[in-house]
Design a protein around this ligand. Structure first.
Ligand code: PLP
Length: 421
């Protein structure tokens, strides 16, 4: 029996309606920007395997570091124990994070990083004896699949069965030049109630909304206002973190800094799952008490796994190297050139770019996961390029180590797809 048939026997894949999509493509190996299937056909990983493997797959330096760590300490309980990789990672993260961040809390993935952020914010107010129970978030935001994260997500098209169990969340439109005045006015009215605990947002790029981009200046106006009313600002940088926007973090573009930052995806260079929630000293101090119950009683079995911490440390070394920083600048410039070309194309409705993120909308109406989207996807795969269009949006977020010719293969596949749709 081939891998494909064995897959169908017992496996249930994420985000998959198996009756409509019975086939999963077996991938055997990965190296650099390439994925290789069973038959040896290779695909450029144009989305860095969901924005994780930004330094390329199976990076020799990351493998070497994690392999050495593996022989020293594999896993240990992180309550009451500590270890060098976690301590070191906290030090290295603080060096590159926005300067107001002071504490690092570990979990397992992006959703839990957000879940922790929301719980921290709620308990922060609770510990201070304030009753605040409403979470503010952006329309079309995506924050993950656990209940708190799901509640905060505006993109809840598939969340029907769970909606009755959500946290109390109110959504505001993404701030733009044209709506900002109105938005701030209404928001200020709403804030008078004093019941808003936190504002959760993806800074500058909303990934799952098909790489929608907003201006730092407009986001900053919202952050400044909500902060005046004691609202805890939670930046979900699970997607944007570690260089995607051109800076280490999207929050680096915004003057008003978040109280809490959620990280995952590229955090461990795509090698192992891990989530991190960082916060300011002010948040931490609201939990620091003689009273046991004021502590933060949240913990995951694999919190601060030493191997994941080591992968993250090696990843940060690569991120901050002049070579990777130069690559990020190059990719950004290539995208700008390609964007200019695409802007002229009659089948293209709009384009956007930030750092290594490029997105373009086609002049076509289609469902998020409809048949046109499948046609685009299949065309790309046939051309040896793995891109994952969302509705009528095609986007690129390739590993930082991609070469010019490889990026050109992606651009060419997009040019060709425009001819056939
Ligand atoms: C992917 C993502 C999450 C969820 O992360 P998981 O590791 O899939 O749970 C949360 N927020 C944003 C912005 C994301 O892109």
């Amino acid at each position: 029996m081939g891998l494909s048939d064995r897959d169908k026997k017992h496996l249930w894949h994420p985000l998959t309606q198996h009756k409509l999509y019975p086939e999963a493509l077996p991938i055997s190996t990965a190296k650099g920007v390439y994925l290789y299937d069973e038959d040896g056909k290779r695909y450029i990983d144009g989305i860095s395997s969901w924005y994780t493997c930004v330094y390329g797959h199976c990076h020799p330096y990351i493998l070497e570091r994690v392999t050495s760590q593996m022989h020293l300490l594999d896993q240990v309980v992180f309550s009451g124990f500590t270890h060098e990789p976690a301590i070191r990672l906290s030090e290295e993260l603080i060096k590159i994070l926005p300067q107001n961040q002071g504490k690092i809390f570990f979990s397992d993935n992006g959703s839990t990083a957000v879940e922790v952020g929301i719980k921290m914010a709620l308990q922060y107010h609770f510990n201070r004896g304030e009753k605040r129970n409403v979470i503010l978030s952006l329309e079309e935001g995506f924050h993950g699949d656990t209940f708190g994260a799901m509640s905060a997500s505006g993109l809840s098209v598939y969340n029907g069965p769970f909606e009755d169990f959500f946290l109390e969340v109110e959504r505001i439109p993404v701030p733009t030049k044209s709506n900002l005045g109105n938005l701030l006015e209404q928001l200020e009215d709403r804030l008078q109630n004093g019941d808003i605990a936190a504002f959760v947002y993806e800074p500058l790029v909303q990934g799952a909304a098909a790489m929608k981009i907003h201006e730092a200046e407009h986001l900053n106006a919202v952050l400044t206002l909500v902060k005046q009313y004691g609202v805890i600002c939670i930046a979900d940088e699970v997607m944007t973190g570690f260089g995607k926007t051109g800076e280490h973090f999207a929050s680096d573009f915004v003057t008003t800094l978040p109280d809490i930052i959620c990280l995952s995806k590229a955090l461990t260079a795509g090698l192992l799952p891990m989530g991190v929630t960082t916060c300011t000293r002010k948040i931490y101090d609201a939990f620091y008490s003689e009273e046991l119950a004021k502590g933060f009683f949240h913990g995951h079995t694999y919190s601060a796994n030493p191997l994941a911490c080591t992968a993250a440390l090696a990843g940060i070394e690569l991120l901050t190297s002049s070579e990777i920083q130069e690559n990020i600048r190059c990719i950004s410039n290539w995208h700008l050139e390609f964007q200019e070309e695409m802007e002229q194309h009659p089948k293209v409705m709009g384009t956007r770019q930030k750092g290594v993120v490029f997105a373009m909308d086609l002049h076509l109406q289609t469902d998020r996961y409809g048949s046109l989207r499948d046609k685009l996807f299949n065309h790309f795969m046939d051309s040896g390029v793995f891109l994952r269009p969302l509705g009528n949006t095609i986007y690129i977020l390739a590993p930082y180590v991609i070469q010019r010719e490889e990026m050109d293969s992606i651009y060419t596949a997009i040019r060709t797809v425009l001819k056939i749709v």
